[in-house]
Design a protein around this ligand. Sequence first.
Ligand code: FE2
Length: 248
Amino acid sequence: MTVDWNLDGRVMVNWRNCDWQPFPDRRNLGWYPIRSSSRPDNGFYLMNIPSDKPAPRFGSTVREEFIVLDGSLVDSDGLELVAGDFVSYDPGTIHHAEARGGCTLLAYMTGNFVGRGDPVNLADARKVANWKTADFEPYPGLPETGNPLMWHDIRGNPDTAEGFYIVYFSPGAFSAAHEHTGYEEFTILDGNLTDSDGTTYRIGDCVSLPPGSIHSSWTETGCITAGMINGPFRTLAKDVTLPSPPDS
Ligand SMILES: [Fe+2]
């Protein structure tokens, strides 16, 4: 079956070499907006917290989620969040964190800041999983297309695949062709992944695909990535002809 791929409007940056800009209202922090307005309260962006600079204390009306890409930070209750952690806070959670040795985060914000306040009981409001130690189970969002495609659910909807979770493509795995009705955003944490236009995403790449994207992805090496899916997607075809595999 022929599929009309669509990756128009894709934004892609590697956090290891991005051009850091001042974080709005906190100019001692760095940020790189991938999908964001002029303010960092709703979007998908990179954030760099230098050593001994506290992260802003805030709450958000909907969701605050991030992946620790490098370094570590200590949350309000003393829990150390380390590289590889996926962190999800319930809506409205107020907390603050300190990056004693510096850290880099990939933030996924769906809501608006509601201001400052006292931290809540984070043990109830926060979920944390590290991709290096997570257990995986079959991914429910797409039909099986060959080698296993797995997930570790953090805040995912198994019926629509919307949410925030860790994805493991086993070596040789590929996703069925599908169309996104909302944004699909991810980063590559291990291995690499090739998209339907032949672009290979490598460790450190952070990618935002807009609504209307139509694609299929596959990997020879295996891959750990993140699912940050806003809006359901629909499977178009399982029996598509895939481009040549990556040369690395
Ligand atoms: Fe997708």
